[in-house]
Design a protein around this ligand. Structure first.
Ligand SMILES: [Zn+2]
Length: 168
């Protein structure tokens, strides 16, 4: 059965009928998220519920997934349980993005259409840590007995260089 999460849906219509959709979205199908993953096996469990708030189309986006993020110290997977939930309001005209904000995060839906995948992917991107790392540095297999040059600056391959040096 073909899933319809990639096809743009009509947010006004779904808000009118109060549509709620539950679906599994393969992690490999999320082009903005997947480069950050050590593994794109598996899927996210998603639910998108449309409604109206003061006449405007809104949706609650809920997503659960277990993501293998790449540790920025050792590049090995850091398994992270994500349970994200937020409300978005749809803005169909970019020029009117500041009107009626209702205190809800605006999401652009050009011509009133948006793909469910884009909603879910955005929620996942907001839910993952910017710089994923193993909590315990010993899991990385690198000891931190000397201070790193600048812990605030993340260099994805710095940890790998250290590992290679140690093997020689
Ligand atoms: Zn690590």
């Amino acid at each position: 059965m073909p899933a319809d999460w990639y096809r743009p849906v009509d947010v006004e219509r779904l808000a009118d009928v109060g549509e709620s959709r539950e679906f599994d979205l393969p992690l490999a199908e999320m082009p903005r998220l997947s480069p950050a993953l050590a593994s794109t096996d598996g899927h996210a469990q998603c639910r998108v519920s449309f409604a109206r708030e003061q006449g405007q189309p809104v949706a609650e986006v809920a997503v659960e997934a277990r993501l293998g993020l790449r540790c920025q110290r050792c590049l090995k997977p850091v398994w992270t349980e994500v349970d994200g939930r937020s409300q978005v309001r749809f803005v169909t005209d970019p020029a009117r993005v500041d009107e009626n904000d209702l205190g809800i995060e605006p999401t652009l839906a050009p011509e009133g259409k948006i793909a469910l995948r884009d909603l879910v992917e955005e929620e996942l991107l907001l839910s993952v840590p910017l710089v994923p790392r193993h909590d315990d540095p010993r899991e990385c297999g690198v000891t931190e007995d000397e201070p790193t040059e600048d812990d605030g600056m993340q260099k994805p391959f710095a940890g790998l260089g250290e590992l290679l040096k140690r093997k020689t």
